[in-house]
Design a protein around this ligand. Structure first.
Ligand SMILES: NC(=O)c1ccc[n+]([C@@H]2O[C@H](COP(=O)([O-])OP(=O)(O)OC[C@H]3O[C@@H](n4cnc5c(N)ncnc54)[C@H](O)[C@@H]3O)[C@@H](O)[C@H]2O)c1
Length: 322
């Protein structure tokens, strides 16, 4: 994701990449050379030496904590990739520290910046969603390269599982379009996918959610479908139906009495839009253009982790705190 964000911002005026930090210093050094920046493997050293106005935290779900707290201590506003954590307790501690420091944050739920999603939101603000159905269905991540993303992705104690790492996008959008949730229960399928080293995630998850508005939803994760898959979120209201589909979340917005849906295509590079929104907020000190911050993302984190916990308990309903 550091590659995606640096590419997205490479042509931005007034942006200079000052430093890169990675536990694998060679990875930081490669980016540092490309952008004329400094390379670090020691976070504290980077925050002490580099003159940073903002920082992007693009870490795997299991590697959080130190970077966020270092940014808070140095009072450097941070952008953080989703999911913000796989440990809710640590996420709430970071949220408290961010709040205490009054630090600006932005979380990488880039779909909130899509014109298609914003059009769907406007339609649902006038006619609230009652039922939603969404998720991510893909094939098993067979990849023998231990250095690829699949190295940590397939390990539940590292990624949190597909629902926490990937369907977090859908849950975040559902919260954006329906409001906050209050309870969740889930069941998991396991044992079908075989032959992937260290694979410990669920093959599929079926999740039911009750929202505070009274709306209900079914969400799914599956990484066991090699033949056909997709990314989707459908929301149904009395007079409106919204269909968001594909990785970019193209929208079709249906209305009672209208023969054809309003179609809104997604932007090709939403990363650039969210990065620009965060940079504008940092420059002006006004967070209005940021669609979701750390405190808000704690709620998405809680819901996805609660779904996983519910599945582990055999479907027990979990009431959400945040
Ligand atoms: N917004 C999106 O659409 C999107 C897409 C892909 C990934 N992501 C998210 O971005 C984050 C990073 O994913 P990625 O694909 O860039 O992962 P990656 O494995 O490709 O890169 C992670 C980097 O973090 C480094 N790292 C730093 N500290 C570490 C530590 N303590 N332990 C292990 N590694 C450490 C690794 O060396 C590596 O260079 C994840 O949270 C992922 O969910 C978001």
């Amino acid at each position: 994701m550091t590659g995606a964000h640096t590419t997205a911002m490479a042509d931005f005026k007034g942006v200079h990449f000052a430093a890169f930090c990675d536990v694998k210093k060679a990875k930081a050094a490669a980016l540092a050379e490309k952008f004329g920046a400094a390379a670090y493997s020691d976070l504290a050293k980077m925050f002490a030496q580099a003159d940073l106005d903002a920082v992007w935290i693009n870490l795997p779900p299991f590697a959080h904590g130190e970077a966020e707290m270092a940014a808070v201590a140095a009072k450097v506003p941070f952008f953080i990739e989703k999911p913000i954590n796989k440990d809710l307790k640590q996420a709430t501690q970071i949220a408290a520290a961010v709040h205490k420091a009054g630090l600006m944050t932005c979380v990488g739920y880039m779909n909130r910046y899509q014109k298609s999603v914003l059009a769907a939101r406007t339609a649902l603000q006038a006619d609230p969603g009652i039922y939603a159905n969404g998720g991510w269905i893909g094939g098993p991540p067979y990849n023998p390269d231990p250095n690829s993303i699949t190295g940590w992705w397939v390990q539940k104690d590292k990624s949190g599982g597909q629902f926490v790492e990937q369907v977090t996008h859908t849950i975040d959008l559902a919260r954006f379009l329906l409001g906050d949730a209050e309870a969740v229960s889930a069941f998991a399928a396991r044992g079908f996918v075989r032959g992937i080293p260290k694979y410990s995630i669920d093959d599929a998850l079926a999740v039911s959610v009750k929202f505070k508005s009274g709306a209900v939803a079914n969400f799914c994760a599956s990484c066991s479908s090699g033949a056909r898959g997709g990314v989707f979120l459908d929301i149904y209201a009395l007079q409106t139906a919204v269909k968001l589909s594909g990785w970019g979340h193209d929208a079709e917005i249906y209305r009672v009495g209208k023969k054809t849906p309003k179609k809104v295509a997604s932007l090709p590079n939403a990363f650039a839009v969210e990065d620009a929104a965060f940079l504008t907020a940092v420059r002006t000190g006004n967070p209005a253009g940021i669609q979701t911050n750390y405190a808000d993302a704690v709620k998405t984190c809680e819901l996805t982790l609660a779904a996983t916990l519910s599945a582990e308990s055999g479907g027990k309903t979990i009431r959400l705190k945040y």
